[in-house]
Design a protein around this ligand. Structure first.
Ligand code: NAD
Length: 504
């Protein structure tokens, strides 16, 4: 059954601590496993964004004055509520994104770890102090919140990526405005409701749903102080340039083409397991997915290709809510066409198609956005399937004659999010760690996502700005420093300091 218009549940904004479904424009939300429109999402106008920013600005005054322990009490309560409801949130993610429930649970867990990190903000915001920098002069430093900060997030992690941002922003005393992806907007509202239940004052966390209209309103609003963005590279560049041109602090994380180098001395079974799951998990729609493998030596290439294809062929593709599925659908029909188009282009440009996922059909789900895993061998750096980010279950294999040639490929790529090496040679691993131009390095680890207490971010066209997200850099991004120099006159002994006396 196709639902239309007002039959559909409307996912609205969350402004001033309440749901708000009024809008002049709406977008469709699909279940990627069935291809059906299941909900509609309100698209914010400039006036809606202005309303949300004003409510946030008002809330900022009280929240930034709240004690550190009051702020962390709310976060501790939120952590408990989210832990109890993590499965509900994972189901919401699966119903709109399509990833398997296990994957969705994993992303909620990684987000929760940032909430836990933010519970320690009292320690993280401590400054420094020096006594007697000159005679009777002392100096100290501390950090203060910025004000109203916005987060603009992609479809592929609708709960985790917002949680990279708002727990730290809020813990530091800011008011946070989230503009989630219009493709899977419900997770944001679920989290807003839980934050309210945890006791977060109205207006400290808000959600404006929508598209470029909402984004542009945030980027140009004079009362927005900082913008965090995660998404594709062209949009990241636009966000960074526009936000900074309007006087805002900005960090914009972009796309990726993450490489894994496999050396002849690697344990190929371990490498093939890791690469198949990193390439096809979440249907290849992870910013840290391995999408290009560079093998050193023809023998390594042949053996690894056979092992990866065997694993990819055995993967069960199906609806994310079905516990038997190892890989779900991609996000939209257009995304499926895009993946299929790249497989065709790769073949036309001369790659060997070892596994072709284009014809995959999933029983009882004829309209779902499914495409099976594809593996292309003998890909060269000139091919578009290598140069461009595909963001789907498509793995390309390149061959190099030496470690240096393989590393040169990694370093010549325009993206620099993650890069991994599989080897049993400590010297080669160290050389790779030192010379690879990527922000996150894996050694026999395919997806080296840093824990919450480290910072996540890439190099080159994978990040515009300087500070990475979460960890210490997250705290630095959402605060600004102040240094105080003070001198107090010496009082003669016996001076009355005017303190109240007990009982007086
Ligand atoms: P996207 O760039 O299309 O959208 C991201 C956000 O920007 C969404 O909220 C969207 O509504 C908004 N947006 C889209 N087009 C816009 C425009 N022209 N002007 C203003 N705003 C716009 O990204 P996506 O398709 O949702 O997510 C996938 C992309 O995100 C991939 O490129 C992936 O590599 C990247 N990503 C990167 C990281 C990272 O850590 N570097 C993490 C997750 C995803």
């Amino acid at each position: 059954m196709t639902l239309t218009g007002t039959d559909l549940k409307t996912i609205g904004h969350w402004i001033g601590g309440a749901s708000d479904t009024t809008a002049e424009r709406f977008g469709d939300v699909h279940d990627p496993a069935t291809g059906q429109v299941t909900k509609r999402v309100a698209f914010a106008s400039e006036a809606d964004v202005d309303r949300a920013v004003r409510a946030a600005r008002e809330a900022f005054a009280g929240w930034s004055a709240a004690s550190l322990s009051r702020r962390t009490t709310v976060l501790f309560r939120y952590r408990e509520l989210l832990t109890a409801r993590r499965d509900d949130l994972a189901r919401i993610v699966t119903s709109e994104h399509g990833k398997t429930l296990d994957d969705a649970r994993g992303e909620v867990q990684r987000g929760l770890e940032v909430v836990e990190f933010a519970c320690g903000v009292a320690h993280l915001m401590k400054g420094e102090a020096s006594e007697q920098i000159s005679t009777r002069v002392d100096s100290s430093s501390f950090r203060q919140p910025l004000g109203v900060v916005a987060g603009i997030t992609p479809f592929n992690f609708p709960s985790m990526v917002p949680m990279w941002m708002y727990p730290i922003a809020i813990a530091c005393g800011n008011a946070f405005l989230l503009k989630p992806s219009e493709k899977d907007p419900s997770a944001a509202i679920f989290m807003a409701e839980l934050l309210a239940e945890a006791g977060l004052p109205a207006g400290v966390f808000s959600v404006v749903q929508g598209d470029k209209v909402a984004v542009d309103a945030l980027l140009t609003h004079p009362e927005v102080d900082a913008v965090s963005f995660v998404g594709s590279t062209p949009v990241a560049k636009y966000i960074y340039e526009t936000a900074t041109a309007h006087g805002k602090r900005a960090q914009a994380l972009g796309g990726a083409k993450n490489h894994a180098i496999v050396l002849p001395d690697a344990d190929l079974d371990v490498a093939a397991d890791a690469i198949a799951s990193a390439a096809f998990g979440s249907a290849g729609q992870r910013c840290m997915a391995i999408s290009a493998v560079v093998t050193v030596g023809d023998d390594t290439a042949e053996r690894l290709a056979a092992a990866v294809v065997e694993r990819a062929r055995a993967m069960t593709v199906g609806p994310g809510a079905d516990a038997r599925s190892e890989m779900g659908p991609v996000i939209t029909a257009q995304a499926r066409e895009r993946v299929a188009d790249y497989v065709g282009r790769g073949a036309d440009e001369g790659a060997d198609v070892l596994l072709d996922g284009r014809a995959l059909e999933v029983a009882d789900h004829p309209d779902g956005f499914f495409v099976g895993p594809s593996v292309l061998d003998r890909v060269t750096p000139a091919m578009s399937v290598y140069r461009e980010e595909v963001f789907g279950p498509l793995l390309v294999l390149l061959r190099a004659a030496s470690f240096d040639e393989a590393l040169d490929l990694v370093n010549a790529n325009e993206y620099g999010n993650g890069a991994a090496i599989f080897t049993s040679d400590g010297g080669a691993a160290r050389e790779f760690r030192h010379r690879a131009t990527a922000g996150m390095i894996g050694i026999n680890v395919p997806i080296p996502v840093p824990m919450a207490y480290y910072s996540f971010g890439g190099w080159k066209n994978s990040l515009f700005g300087d500070l990475h997200v979460h960890g210490r850099e997250g705290v630095l991004f959402y605060t600004r420093g102040k240094v105080v120099t003070e001198r107090w006159p010496q009082r003669a002994s016996g001076t009355d300091y005017g303190f109240p006396v007990m009982g007086a």
